[in-house]
Design a protein around this ligand. Sequence first.
Ligand code: PMT
Length: 411
Amino acid sequence: MHAQEATTELGLANRRIILGVTGGIAAYKSAELIRRLKDLGADVRAVMTPAAQEFITPLTLQALSGNPVHTTLLDTEAEAAMGHIELARWGDLILVAPASADFLARLAHGHGNDLLSTLCLAARCPLAVAPAMNQAMWAAASNQANMDLLQARGVHVFGPAAGEQACGDIGPGRMLEATELAQCTANLFPHRILTGTRVTITAGPTREAIDPVRYISNHSSGKMGFAIAEAARDAGAQVTLISGPVHLPTPDRVKRIDVISALDMHQASMDALTQTDIFIATAAVADFRVENSHNQKIKKQDNSGPGMTLTLVENPDIVAAVAQHEPKPFTVGFAAETRDVENYARQKIERKNLDMIVANDVSRQDIGFNSDQNAVTVIWKSGQQLMALASKTQIARDLVTLISEHYKNTR
Ligand code: PMT
């Protein structure tokens, strides 16, 4: 998606929704609801009560959500895969739709006699319910008292709508339509600056093989690029992280592609371009590779003279190639320099046709390569901003804010 097309607001991007389905004829609408939640970018896991399975099968919800469906509390196999406490922690929201009168009563009174009610007790995330029942049941004093209790505790109540019911009655009690429910769900989450935007980041070093056991590389740890990936994700972006060989865990909810050499990183970056609105090149890519790397380990005695000569050839410039691409993503480079840092960075922004460059003085021991902190000057065509010494996490957050402001001006 190019800047002009990036108008679809994925209001649930990076959000994890536990969809609780209880027994009621409206359970068939849960299938459609999963689709609508996924359309808005959510990752959905369905939890069904035994009664819900009388109306719709777990297989249907599994196929639509792309995740296993959770049905029982006391199933050792299911608990081994993802225990109920882990599942409770996984969700950003529990949405129970449809919520039957019986389930609402159990919820109001703190029961934990099936998986869904136990999850609701164990979860610390917000809870929303979409009641669905006959209009007389909805109006019953006991049900209304339960609803008052739930609302007083901060449970979000979506609907119900009024109209013709499956039993032939007319009145309030119908579950809201899937599209409305998905929108109500999205409205619970604050808008984030990069919602609906796809960000690709390169990170870490590349390794250029000399032979199967030796390589040319550099000191990049990947910390700066990984911190940017987390900050972009937290800003609502869909993040792809193309990483050279590093010893860092993959950030949660980030798509990671591991590469070794500059040629691999170039290929992965080009492949990602159709899914990229903003490209951030943090990686320390080797400018050269060995022309004919050996298939077998080079032996000392293979060389006739006292020394050894390696012929190096230039690697493709990945960020420059990205900036040549049509449509061009908003392209941000880094400049790692040991002297005259800003001046060289300004030359690179021009030469590589970048929208922005982050000048990094790597002559200092306390910042840059492999450090947990950094200090940078961000330069664009009509201005610049200093980011003083801070953790890479903080620098990454400030960078993502600045990049998103400039990116939005180009839309
Ligand atoms: O990984 P850490 O240990 O946290 O360290 C972070 C860092 C110091 C690596 C990072 O902050 C940084 O400065 N990255 C840029 C490193 C670099 O290679 O800079 P450069 O000036 O040589 O390259 C300029 C830009 O071109 C960079 O965006 C680089 O990713 C890109 N490039 C360079 C060569 C090449 N063949 N392809 C490229 O895309």
